[in-house]
Design a protein around this ligand. Structure first.
Ligand SMILES: *[C@@H]1O[C@H](CO)[C@@H](O)[C@H](O)[C@H]1NC(C)=O
Ligand SMILES: *[C@@H]1O[C@H](CO)[C@@H](O)[C@H](O)[C@H]1NC(C)=O
Ligand SMILES: *[C@@H]1O[C@H](CO)[C@@H](O)[C@H](O)[C@H]1NC(C)=O
Ligand SMILES: *[C@@H]1O[C@H](CO)[C@@H](O)[C@H](O)[C@H]1NC(C)=O
Length: 207
């Protein structure tokens, strides 16, 4: 009886030891300089845009989906658009694996993130076969502000930057497809710079 208790103790301590490394896995270089709250694996989430300058209706923010951004033979391109301006949620589940984002459709299609290299770009996704190896450029950052504040949701970073996303309409009219732009540029032709609003991209993890 004593022996079996000892075996049980040994087994449970072995389980603890073997579980520790994955729980404490350090995130990759795409999370550099983002502090202790940075992590780069999220199993099932959606994104929502939280306006950083104006009052929001709630702490979650405006729901985002993969909006259309054109297609060629054999490949579809997507951008992050508000569900209000692009009311189709074809990829209702996102996952992040080591800095890459995968968007999953109920029918089993997967779109993967494409690269973001600088100002004025719309963070994009591509769905094609075979599935490309996505660039590892994203990171999740939990709020570690000791004074509280914030909304409690982690935010998305690209290129080590959580603070340079905006929502910008594609045209100057009501209902224009409104999408995420990284560091909008005044001379842009594919969105109305004057109507961009700075946002944080909040990571809403599935319960
Ligand atoms: C939060 O407010 C936005 C409008 O800004 C709305 O679209 C969204 O559904 C709301 N989310 C929740 C969880 O109530
Ligand atoms: C958008 O439209 C409004 C009203 O028609 C106009 O006053 C404004 O100058 C336009 N802005 C841009 C950037 O085209
Ligand atoms: C806008 O201006 C910047 C800096 O001059 C330039 O690098 C960029 O290519 C321009 N973008 C567009 C869409 O014209
Ligand atoms: C993600 O979470 C939602 C809500 O719990 C669930 O319905 C869905 O099946 C999950 N998707 C995946 C791919 O795990």
């Amino acid at each position: 009886m004593f022996a079996s208790t000892l075996v049980g103790l040994l087994l449970s301590s072995m389980t603890l030891v073997s579980a520790a490394p994955s729980a404490k896995r350090a995130p990759g270089p795409w999370c550099s300089n983002l502090g202790a709250g940075a992590f780069d694996i999220v199993t099932n989430f959606t994104l929502a845009a939280f306006n950083v300058d104006q009052p929001n209706a709630n702490n979650t923010g405006i729901p985002l989906v993969l909006g259309q951004a054109g297609a060629i033979d054999g490949a579809e391109f997507k951008i992050l658009s508000t569900f209000a301006s692009f009311p189709f949620n074809d990829y209702p589940s996102l996952s992040m694996q080591a800095g890459a984002i995968f968007a999953h459709s109920p029918s089993g299609n997967t779109a993967v993130n494409s690269d973001v290299t600088g100002a004025g770009e719309k963070p994009g996704f591509i769905q094609t076969t075979p599935e490309p190896q996505p660039p590892q450029i994203y990171c999740a950052v939990a709020s570690t502000d000791p004074h509280g504040g914030g909304t409690g949701f982690p935010v998305l970073a690209v290129l080590g930057d959580t603070d340079s996303f905006s929502l910008c309409p594609a045209g100057n009219f009501t209902g224009a497809q409104t999408s995420v732009v990284y560091k909008p540029e005044v001379n842009a032709t594919s969105y109305i710079f004057d109507q961009c609003v700075p946002v944080h991209l909040q990571i809403i993890e599935a319960q």
